[in-house]
Design a binder for this molecule. Structure first.
Ligand code: CAA
Length: 259
């Protein structure tokens, strides 16, 4: 397995776990960390032995945002020509397999945005979400104004983005930002359990389901439904559809073969 300086990776069966590991800076998301994260995500996405990916941090911080000290002196031409954010951060949105964010502690700024790029967020009881960029004289730059607004609605998103106020785990669950809350020390184990549950299903069906849900954010209702219909029909070409339905009729467990 590849060696990294700012992340740790491991596999538990068919679930990969990527842990952001820059504790002295509360996992501030610098260029090196984001390069390593992108490389690890691409590697696990290409690995046929892996069916789901868990992304996590420490109990104190999922990630406290983009690295402010690294960004501080950058000029406009530099960030523009380097495609700052675009070049390094969007790797997670290109992953075909489900990516589950296991969030404990701070998920602020780019940390909150990174969690929102994932497919499902499981929150520890101590999780705190926020977009505090306004306090630095900037705004969210990794999709926060768009994804937070779609997740929790305009009024709450405006309040958080215009003031930098943080949300605790309970409020985040009420606001539909997270799928559920679990005890902080169990957040990774619960996310892995969820990954294992998904890993037992048909890989093509899972990938198509993820793509179809994401379509809901990228198209009109009628286009989204048309897309869903076509990929739903396409799944009838898979062996896994025959197996899933035969197993149901025979009252046995399906054995999916990802084809
Ligand atoms: N960038 C760089 N370093 C950071 C950091 C960040 N985003 N967040 C924390 N750190 C560093 C601190 O500077 C400190 O380093 P030193 O020990 O060398 O001084 C170390 O991590 C520990 O942090 P604190 O001492 O501040 O810890 P705390 O427990 O007192 O406070 C906190 C925790 C409330 C999260 C506080 O660290 C904080 O407010 N961090 C910044 C949060 C933020 O503004 N995030 C948005 C960044 S901009 C962005 O993300 C843009 C975008 O949309 C892409």
């Amino acid at each position: 397995m590849a060696e990294y300086g700012m992340i740790l990776t491991e596999t538990q069966g068919k679930v990969a776990v990527i842990r952001l590991n820059r504790p002295a800076a509360l996992n501030a998301l610098c260029d090196q960390l984001m390069d390593e994260l992108g490389q690890a995500l691409r590697g696990f996405d290409a690995d046929p032995g892996i069916a789901a990916i868990v992304l996590t941090g420490s109990e104190k911080a999922f990630a406290a945002g983009a690295d402010i000290k690294e960004m501080q002196a950058r000029s406009y031409p530099a960030v523009y020509l380097d495609d700052f954010i675009g070049k390094r951060w969007e790797a997670v949105t290109h992953v075909q397999k489900p990516v589950i964010a296991a969030v404990a502690g701070y998920a602020l700024g780019g940390g909150c945005e990174l969690a929102m790029m994932c497919d499902i967020i499981i929150a520890g009881e101590n999780a705190r979400f926020g977009q505090p960029e306004i306090n630095l004289g900037i705004i969210p730059g990794a999709g926060g104004t768009q994804r937070l607004t779609r997740a929790i609605g305009k009024s709450k998103a405006m309040e958080m983005i215009l003031t930098g106020r943080m949300m605790d785990a309970e409020e985040a669950e009420r606001a539909n930002l997270v799928a559920r809350i679990v005890p902080t020390e169990q957040v990774v184990a619960e996310a892995v359990k969820l990954g294992e549950r998904i890993a037992a299903l048909s890989g093509p069906a899972v990938a198509v389901a993820k793509e179809a849900v994401n379509r809901a954010f990228e198209s009109t209702l009628s286009e989204g439904v048309r897309f869903e219909r076509r990929v739903f029909q396409a799944l009838f070409a898979t062996e896994d559809q025959k197996e899933g339905m035969a197993a149901f009729a025979a009252k046995r467990k399906p054995a999916f073969r990802n084809r």
